[in-house]
Write a protein that binds this ligand. Structure first.
Ligand SMILES: O=C(O)CCC(=O)C(=O)O
Length: 291
């Protein structure tokens, strides 16, 4: 069985960055222990505990395709920046995930923003999710050699093969652009790896690699948190500024605000989008009178 490379990160993510990028280039995904840290994972879980208790498992969609994708025994919710300071500190502003996104996405865009931050708590008895590529959210923009999105699946609790660790097909990111969906063992073209990792770790992966949540055959929940970025010229999956209101945004660091869509996009070619009164949305937070 193919495995994913496992690395560890210390205080300076730049040290491990070349190894992370090499593993992503080779396999499309890489596990980084301590990416959130035990403390970060613990604080996020504590701050989201009431939401985990409140949300019911299952999809909120009427469509079969989404019900299957979301899973009847999986709890999912978004809006994490509105709910948790620790999410902002450890997830949204995660230094290694930002460094990887700089390296892969700034080749194709002047900036990027949050695609979505969501928890995926896979419950006992949940079958494996069908495999997919995240970049197919934007089929019109998908192209060979162009990275549109970078993701991390963070382990808020231990990920094991039995409790639903993310399934990855290493090397599948090299397949030609196109929709790839199906059960984990559908084609046999690629070997399957399981992102088994201790709480506080993250599995970084590109939008091109085929992956999905594993089956949970245990009687425990698998607590995961997905954080992904998308190039600034595409519309993200999650409407973050509709979830994070202006007062909440004002309390966040400027980079966090930009990533959440409370800033504008300035293309390298001079075009500007997502403006407020013809100027950068960041001016909404300027302290000068009339700013
Ligand atoms: O929960 C996981 O391990 C992966 C989930 C996933 O890829 C998704 O829902 O898009």
């Amino acid at each position: 069985m193919a495995g994913l490379t496992k690395l560890g990160v210390g205080a300076d993510p730049q040290i491990v960055l070349p190894d992370v990028l090499a593993a992503l280039d080779r396999d499309g995904g890489v596990i980084v222990e301590n990416m959130l840290g035990q403390a970060g994972a613990g604080r996020i879980r504590d701050e989201l505990a009431a939401d985990f208790d409140r949300w019911k498992p299952g999809s909120r969609s009427d469509l079969d395709v989404w019900q299957t994708f979301h899973g009847a025994r999986t709890i999912r919710f978004t809006g994490l920046a509105a709910r948790s300071d620790a999410f902002v500190q450890y997830g949204l502003l995660n230094p290694l995930l930002l460094a990887v996104s700089d390296a892969l996405l700034l080749a194709n865009a002047a900036d990027y923003w949050l695609n979505t931050g969501q928890v995926m708590a896979v419950g006992p008895g949940e079958p494996a999710q069908y495999l997919h590529r995240d970049e197919n959210n934007w089929p019109e923009a998908v192209a060979d050699g162009r990275e549109l999105t970078v993701s991390a699946m963070f382990a808020l609790g231990d990920f094991t093969r039995d409790n639903g660790a993310t399934v990855v097909q290493p090397g599948s990111h090299r397949l030609p652009a196109g929709v790839r969906r199906g059960p984990a063992d559908s084609d046999g073209e690629f070997e399957t790896a399981f992102a088994e990792m201790p709480a506080g770790s993250g599995m970084i992966y590109t939008g091109k690699v085929v992956h999905g949540a594993g089956a949970n055959t245990t009687d425990e929940w698998r607590h995961g948190m997905h954080v992904s970025f998308v190039v600034g010229w595409l519309r993200p999956e999650e409407a973050s500024p509709l979830m994070v209101d202006r007062d909440r945004a004002a309390a966040l660091p400027p980079r966090a605000r930009d990533l959440l869509g409370w800033g504008s996009y300035h293309s390298d070619g001079g075009g500007r989008t997502w403006l407020v009164d013809f100027e950068d949305a960041g001016r909404l937070f300027a302290s000068e009178p009339g700013g």
